[in-house]
Design a protein around this ligand. Structure first.
Ligand code: ADP
Ligand code: ZN
Length: 725
């Protein structure tokens, strides 16, 4: 067998795709060269194809081990729709059916056989497998083999025996869980020999992340979902009761929704999941019990109505959105109250180390939510991956940078309050206590310790205690305060903080801003005739119901959107639609072609701009309202400092506003920012330098030219380069 050749034609004939996704081809070639493979790719990267396509390219049968019966059935349905001979064996089959399938497998009637791992427990079954012509073994959701993973399945440990039984059969393990411990566990447990390991970036370019302060969560959730037409999504909540309440509120507001949690009886759980997969309800309100096994590719949004316990969970749960590569939105509703609530639950963990661990994970989660840095950078950074761009273009913080405000006085008050408490003696205090002193609270704990006698008592009445606590937490993130001590965390001033205080340095902090919905990027979007898309969606649902499968098994939304912009009129043009292979052309082509031609008889055809090439490109940010206000003052002839004073921001915020305006195409004269001499200096320093971080350049110039100037210069140069190129 020649390696790798012939993969592309198979890709089109069966699956209807013209190109491979990143790493797919490399993985398949390694597998076909009979190497053991470990592929760690994020959700939606197209892992299934990595073992399905090679199965068609080689003789014999590929055994696929998959943890959930529902998942298995879904995969086999999808393969059947593309004309691939695949089947599964699990406990849901009656003896007669099972016997027939076994006969067909023995006589080589299937290219892929899906197995539930519990099958491997039986010795008789293992010797049965020996009679098949097994030429490859694929282990899906391979992290289930690891106790360190989140879905440990003891049955997966039996895979070792299967490997011993088939010593010459190469194995491919696939997972979306990347922690090194789990990765190593997979390698050893599966006894992979000199494996080819593929690790992709965990960035999900088509997911938009945003965090909003949580107020009246139910109303917000309803509004968010209402704005999204017929799109499907998941609302995650912390407790079973909450998921039920949320689902009831959604239904009461005309949004078809069900709930899903471990407390439901199995049949009801299955029914609710099925209703979601089949587009009979738009929304599932679920606890974390809902997840693995949800292959639905067109989940368009994931809302966290309560704070997830850790970033890993947040990543996994948001990751269920947008598998099809079309844009999807992830909304987290955040309040410190949720942190406090969860901390109380953590108190019940008796093992001190486990409690501390859970607490620190929760703190990471809360930091992420409160941070004013790029969400993508924060999320990927947590998994040890660095995200190179300065502006990801797909999160609230990048799209609407927070406004900075001068917090020098507040910082001084906080820092000196900590020092006063310390001088007064007695145990140190936590953030809330500190905030109460500044705000002049008459709380028992303040009076009991005579903290109302401190010179800093009540000197911060201009803010609420909650506001003071928020400021303090921002200072902790800046490293000027430290919070330590297990069950009763207390605040201290770091060395850096004392320096700040002594030198009376200026401090700027950022403020949360409301971000207009429309500002969110739509990476991966495929512009199309929206009404025709809806008509095709309706047709797809009818076909799916008649066949007894979920709609996405017939065609994905990507295929439908292509149909609704290219208006295929014959077999040849229908076959050019991504996701249309020969089998789907034969089975569904006539029906869809008929729908499209009927549509064109009564509607005009629209024209669409060509789709951008797939290489991710950073979008142009839109000028938001606040940048616009700055721009108007600038146009009125005011200087940066004047605008800063007038608007109550620091100069660097004003500079960011102007850089944003320049990037968005506003005409601004550079002569008002820097002299010709400075311009030449910056040009020399930045020539050939395309790293997003300006820090090295700033340092190279000895700090003579501010970040603001560098940023503005670069924005102007980029604009010029774009308009001349
Ligand atoms: P994963 O298991 O990695 O989460 P899937 O195997 O479910 O991802 O694939 C996600 C989606 O991407 C599916 O709808 C699949 O049909 C689609 N897909 C896979 N490979 C390609 C490709 N080469 N071109 C276009 N779409 C693809
Ligand atoms: Zn970002």
């Amino acid at each position: 067998m020649t390696m790798g050749t012939g993969l592309s034609p198979l890709l089109k004939t069966h699956f209807g795709y013209d190109t491979f996704r990143p790493l797919q081809r490399e993985i398949m070639e390694a597998a076909l060269a009979r190497r053991d493979v470990l592929a760690i790719l994020p959700t939606g990267a197209g892992k299934s194809l990595c073992y399905q396509l090679p199965a068609l390219a080689r003789e014999g049968v590929t055994l696929v081990v998959s943890p959930l019966i529902a998942l298995m059935k879904d995969q086999v349905d999808q393969l059947a729709a593309t004309g691939v001979a695949a089947t599964f064996l699990n406990s849901t089959l009656d003896p007669q059916e099972a016997r027939e399938r076994l006969d067909a497998i023995r006589s080589g009637g299937f290219k892929l056989v899906y197995l539930a791992p519990e099958r491997l427990m039986s010795g008789a079954f293992l010797s049965e497998i020996r009679r098949w012509n097994v030429t490859a073994l694929a282990v899906d959701e391979a992290h289930c083999i690891s106790e360190w993973g989140h879905d440990f399945r003891p049955e997966y440990r039996r895979l070792r025996e299967l490997r011993q039984l088939l010593p010459d059969v190469p194995a491919i393990a696939l997972t979306a869980t990347a922690t090194p411990r789990v990765r190593d566990d997979i390698l050893t447990q599966l006894a992979l020999r000199d494996p080819a390991v593929f690790l992709a970036s965990f960035n999900r370019p088509n997911l938009n992340y945003r965090v909003e302060p949580k107020q009246d969560a139910v109303t917000r959730v309803i509004g968010f979902i209402r704005d999204r037409g017929r799109d499907s999504g998941i609302v995650y909540a912390q407790s079973r009761k909450r998921t039920e309440e949320l689902a009831a509120s959604l239904r009461a507001n005309g949004i078809p929704a069900v709930c899903y949690h471990a407390g439901l009886e199995a049949p009801e759980r299955a029914r609710n999941q099925e209703a979601f997969l089949r587009d009979e309800v738009r929304v599932v309100c679920a606890t974390v019990a809902f997840g693995m096994g949800i292959n639905k590719p067109d989940v368009r949004f994931v809302i966290h109505a309560d704070l997830p316990k850790n970033l890993e969970g947040y990543y996994q749960e948001t990751g269920r959105a947008g598998r099809d590569g079309l844009p999807a939105d992830c909304l987290l509703l955040f309040t410190r109250g949720d942190v406090a609530k969860q901390l109380r639950f953590l108190d019940e963990i008796t093992d001190a180390e486990a409690r501390e661990n859970a607490r620190s994970q929760l703190e990471h989660m809360a930091d992420f939510a409160e941070s004013d840095n790029c969400r993508r950078t924060g999320l990927l950074g947590y998994f040890g991956e660095s995200w190179p761009a300065e502006n990801c273009g797909g999160c609230d913080n990048c799209l609407a940078p927070r406004e900075s405000w001068d917090a020098t006085v507040e910082t001084q008050k906080l820092l000196s309050c900590v020092l006063r408490v310390k001088q007064a003696g007695g145990p140190p205090v936590g953030i809330r206590h500190l905030a109460d002193i500044l705000a002049g609270s008459r709380a028992e704990k303040i009076l009991a310790r005579n903290h109302d006698k401190l010179s800093t008592y009540g000197i911060g009445k201009e803010h609420s205690a909650a506001k003071w606590a928020e400021i303090a937490r921002q200072l902790v993130r800046k490293g000027w305060f430290a919070v330590d001590g297990g069950d009763y965390p207390v605040v201290s001033v770091t060395a850096e903080g004392s320096t700040m205080l002594r030198e009376r340095r200026a401090v700027s902090l950022s403020r949360l801003m409301a971000l207009a919905e429309s500002a969110t990027r739509r990476a991966g979007d495929i512009e199309c005739d929206a009404d025709l898309f809806e008509a095709l969606r309706t047709h797809r649902k009818q076909v799916a119901d008649a066949t007894g499968v979920p709609p996405y098994v017939i065609f994905s939304d990507v295929a439908l959107r292509h149909m609704a912009r290219e208006y295929p009129a014959d077999d040849a043009s229908f076959l050019r639609i991504p996701g249309v292979g020969e089998r789907k052309l034969a089975d569904y082509g006539p029906g869809f072609l008929r729908e499209i031609s009927a549509w064109l008889a009564t509607h005009d055809r629209h024209n669409f701009a060509p789709l951008p090439d797939l290489a991710p490109r950073l979008p142009k940010p839109a000028v938001n309202a606040t940048a616009h206000a700055t721009l108007e003052l600038w146009r009125a002839g005011k200087s940066i400092d004047e605008i800063a004073a007038e608007r109550g921001f620091v100069a660097s915020t004003i500079e960011s506003h102007l850089a944003l305006a320049i990037e968005a195409g506003e005409d601004i004269d550079p002569r008002r920012f820097y002299t010709g001499e400075e311009e030449a200096e910056m040009r020399a320093a930045l020539d050939g330098y395309d790293d997003p971080s300006l820090k090295p350049v700033f340092e190279h110039l000895g700090g003579r030219l501010s970040y603001g100037k560098l940023k503005l210069f670069r924005a102007i140069e980029t604009r010029l380069a774009l308009s001349s190129g």
